[in-house]
Design a protein around this ligand. Structure first.
Ligand code: GLC
Length: 429
């Protein structure tokens, strides 16, 4: 029997009703099925989230169905867009990428209804702002992300290096020396540097980092000026091309996050660009590289360049086509809560979206590099998603198709920036 039954039977006077309303929490509906399109099977994110969602189902007396999705972010966006175009009630909660709010906004419930201002202040303001489109709070920050350089501390030492590379030029030199040495020692598959080169959102992040690190800007300025066609951006792309077949395998142009990580985690690479999720997996007791690596900021493009980490991350949205938005929002609140975010960080090294957790001794104890991450996140470079809004998919496709083509030898860096510029100008005209 719930509160409304009680009140109905007793014909309680108004003041009693008011008092009850204060002391009794609003009863959450039970017995419904909520479907979530959550984290993928890149790393441990999907497995972890599946289990935690079931805890919520058990706690609230609801049923939870976890919807499968591809590993690749761009493929996932296509799956979401199909559902949204069909106004499908089949998925209640979506985990959406930090670059999608403009695309997802028309299909989202305004989550402000479920949060007080004080609640929202506990998240990174930059992400809440990113997730707010024309006043609508499209999604709640679940975890944040930033591109990192992973490096093998044991191999750096073996080849006479005391610190990770400060510039991409240094990285190439070190990677070559280590690769040559390891191959001579019989490790024929050993690679100097692996990263995500596949033609999808994965390489968009890398390309944005290369370009920004060479002082080539961020493709489109926040005020809408398309800046990609400049000599530093060309240099950055041509520089990345020089790695292919020298310090990076030729098929790096097909690698997503986990392809790069698999090579790295088997002990077959000196350096890797990847996201924080790879840290806990690399440190696992059965990992061949446990205690043999560390992470650092990504290198600069030359001494006058900048350290650039792409800002990534995922957020939770309730679809406006959901038949049970209040129950769905309760799942979102649970997943984004301090307790669950703390476990997320401790268990699988995903970065919390609540700054207070970066002071938590258990979180830092498990992931010492988190202590440096507030600074990295504050300086992280955004992809041009706010400025392009619902057209972000087009500019990202132009970046990833052209950057990938440069790596494959299909066009020059100069042709790539002209092609990307054309798409940017079409979107913003
Ligand atoms: C990571 C980032 C996300 C990015 C994706 C690209 O998952 O968190 O923002 O779009 O990688 O593959």
């Amino acid at each position: 029997m719930n509160a409304s039954h009680l009140i109905g039977r007793c014909f309680a006077p108004k003041f009693l009703l008011a008092a009850l309303a204060v002391v009794l929490p609003v009863t959450l509906q039970a017995g419904v099925t909520i479907r979530i399109l959550g984290d993928s099977d890149v790393g441990a994110g999907g497995k972890w989230m599946r289990a935690v969602c079931q805890e919520w189902a058990k706690k609230t007396g609801n049923t939870l169905e976890y919807v499968n999705r591809p590993k690749d972010a761009s493929d996932t966006l296509r799956q979401c867009q199909q559902n949204w175009a069909a106004h499908s009630p089949d998925v209640d909660v979506y985990m959406i990428d930090v670059i999608w709010p403009g695309i997802a906004a028309p299909h989202a419930v305004d989550l402000k209804k479920y949060y007080t201002d004080a609640d929202l202040k506990q998240f990174f303001p930059r992400i809440v702002e990113n997730n707010t489109v024309k006043g609508k709070l499209v999604s709640i920050p679940y975890f944040t992300d930033a591109g990192l350089l992973y490096y093998r501390t044991d191999l750096l030492k073996k080849y006479g290096y005391s610190d990770p590379p400060k510039t991409w030029e240094e990285l190439a030199e070190m990677a070559k020396k280590i690769q040559d040495g390891e191959r001579k020692d019989g490790k024929n598959d050993f690679q100097g540097f692996v990263f995500e080169g596949t033609a999808s959102e994965s390489i968009t992040c890398n390309a944005v980092e290369w370009i920004y690190s060479f002082n080539g800007g961020s493709v489109i300025d926040p005020d809408g000026k398309v800046t990609i066609n400049n000599p530093n951006a060309v240099k950055a792309l041509d520089n990345a091309k020089s790695w292919i077949g020298t310090i990076s395998p030729k098929d790096v142009t097909t690698y997503g996050e986990d392809d790069a990580r698999n090579v790295w985690q088997q002990g077959n690479a000196a350096f890797m660009r990847n996201w924080p999720y790879a840290y806990s997996l690399g440190q696992a007791s059965d990992s061949p590289i446990a205690n043999k690596f560390d992470v650092s900021v990504l290198p600069k493009g030359g001494d006058s360049g900048k350290n650039a980490a792409a800002l990534g991350g995922w957020n939770l949205m309730v679809a406006s086509y959901s038949k049970n938005p209040d129950v769905a929002a309760d799942l979102v609140k649970f997943l984004a809560s301090p307790e669950i975010q703390k476990r997320h960080a401790v268990d699988i090294s995903l970065l919390p979206t609540r700054p207070e957790l970066y002071k938590d001794s258990e979180v830092i104890g498990k992931n010492p590099f988190f202590a440096k991450m507030l600074d990295v996140l504050n300086n992280a470079v955004s992809r041009p998603s706010t400025v392009t809004g619902s057209d972000y998919g087009q500019i990202s496709a132009a970046i990833y198709q052209n950057a990938n083509k440069v790596l494959n030898g299909g066009e020059s860096g100069q042709d790539a920036v002209v092609n990307i510029e054309r798409v940017g100008k079409q979107i913003l005209q």
